[in-house]
Design a protein around this ligand. Structure first.
Ligand SMILES: Nc1ncnc2c1ncn2[C@@H]1O[C@H](COP(=O)(O)OP(=O)(O)OP(=O)(O)O)[C@@H](O)[C@H]1O
Ligand SMILES: [Mg+2]
Length: 360
């Protein structure tokens, strides 16, 4: 059939055989084939809609498409593959007026494992990939996001028009190079203790979610305080989260704490997106979290090596510098961002949206 013209129907049919290498299902079933334009001599331009701009190794997908087409049609011309990303999500913040497609909580069982570093890095990385991202510091007692990003302005209160024309007051999040950030650290002096108890804690978290002028977000990342499940419970009562990222270090004890954190998230009905091993490669070794993730039946989202530059950047309020071209941590950090976004895309295929718990 070397002289025959390939029809669009034949071409689209062949694309059924291309599996998305990340999600493992047919591009057609995933509704990822956005457009097909056939040209002279059986050349073609295919536009693929990715579920996240943080989609890893696009070229690999382009190669699978070309390989399947070449196997199917011996007379195929050059195939150009174009990409375009559209983040999908559960968009469950409607009841409290939050317009974030996916809300991701970052937690751990144990303090000091690098939760805030990882949460902030996930936010920065997803934003660098091209997503609209917010970062909310829910560590009411020890906020560290302002310090990591080097921002500490006091947020302004803005007035907006509500749906019925009424005036509503909103807190303007701080803009950190395009990342929208909110933290209790912006509202109190750094040396002032924050005294927040049960019901007020719930109210503060609710206010941060509902009364911050986040605008439309693809991802809202929430940095949780260590340990207790209070805030996780509050979050799950207010909205359906895309899921939680559990951070741990390679030590055996930290791994046990990670198991506790996973069980805690499960108890409050927040799906676990996966585990990140942070400070990998120190004297306690590496790889323990990957194994623990397999045992617990949760995805492994990657390892972030112990790297003095990550600490130096965080201390200098320059955490985004860890993503600079040539930075050794860029690859591992971006990998965690990509795997987190891919797990969300996968989970959207598997589960119907998780209902919000009744407010107790
Ligand atoms: N991969 C890494 N390599 C080197 N240092 C790191 C790494 N990750 C985090 N750190 C450092 O470890 C310290 C603790 O990190 P971080 O504040 O992010 O932890 P945390 O879990 O949020 O702590 P807390 O429980 O107090 O909220 C910081 O000094 C940070 O710079
Ligand atoms: Mg922290």
């Amino acid at each position: 059939m070397s002289n025959t013209t390939i029809t669009e129907a034949q071409f689209r049919d062949a694309l059924r055989q291309v599996n998305d290498p990340e999600i493992g299902r047919s591009l057609v079933d995933l509704d990822m084939v956005e457009n097909v334009v056939l040209g002279a001599n059986n050349s073609a331009t295919v536009t693929i809609e990715l579920p996240t701009p943080a989609y890893p190794r696009r070229e690999r997908l382009a190669e699978s498409i070309r390989a399947v087409l070449a196997g199917k049609f011996e007379n195929i011309g050059p195939v150009e593959v174009q990409f375009h990303a559209k983040v999908k999500g559960k968009e469950t913040g409607g009841a409290i007026g939050l317009r974030a497609k996916n809300v991701i909580a970052v937690g751990s069982g144990k303090g000091g494992v690098g939760k805030s570093t990882v949460a902030t890095s996930i936010a920065v990385g997803l934003q660098l990939a091209g997503a609209k991202v917010g970062l909310m510091d829910a560590d009411i007692y020890g906020p560290s996001v302002p310090h990591l990003l080097g921002v500490n302005q006091r947020p302004e209160i803005v007035e907006q028009k509500g749906p019925d024309g009424q005036t509503i007051r909103r807190i303007q999040p701080i803009d950190a190079n395009g990342l929208k950030v909110m933290s209790i650290g912006f509202l109190v002096a750094p040396d002032e203790p924050v005294i927040v108890r049960g019901p007020i804690l719930h109210g503060t978290i609710r206010q941060f979610l509902a009364e911050t002028a986040w605008g439309d977000l693809d991802y809202l990342i929430i940095d949780l305080p260590p340990g207790t499940g209070d805030i996780a419970l509050t979050l799950s009562q207010l909205l359906g989260l895309a899921g939680a990222v559990v951070v741990c270090t390679p030590q055996q004890l930290a791994l046990l704490d990670a198991v506790k954190a996973i069980n805690m998230f499960r108890k409050v009905k927040i799906p676990v997106l996966g585990i990140v091993e942070n400070m990998s490669g120190d004297v306690f070794g590496r790889g323990g979290a990957r194994q623990k993730a397999a045992e617990m039946g949760v995805p492994f989202l990657g390892e972030i090596p112990i790297d003095a530059q990550i600490r130096v950047n965080g201390d200098a309020g320059q955490i985004a510098a860890s993503f600079d071209a040539g930075s050794t941590s860029r690859g591992p950090l971006m990998n965690v961002c990509e795997q987190t976004a891919i797990q969300i895309a996968k989970s959207l295929l598997e589960t119907p949206s998780m209902p919000t718990l009744e407010i107790l």
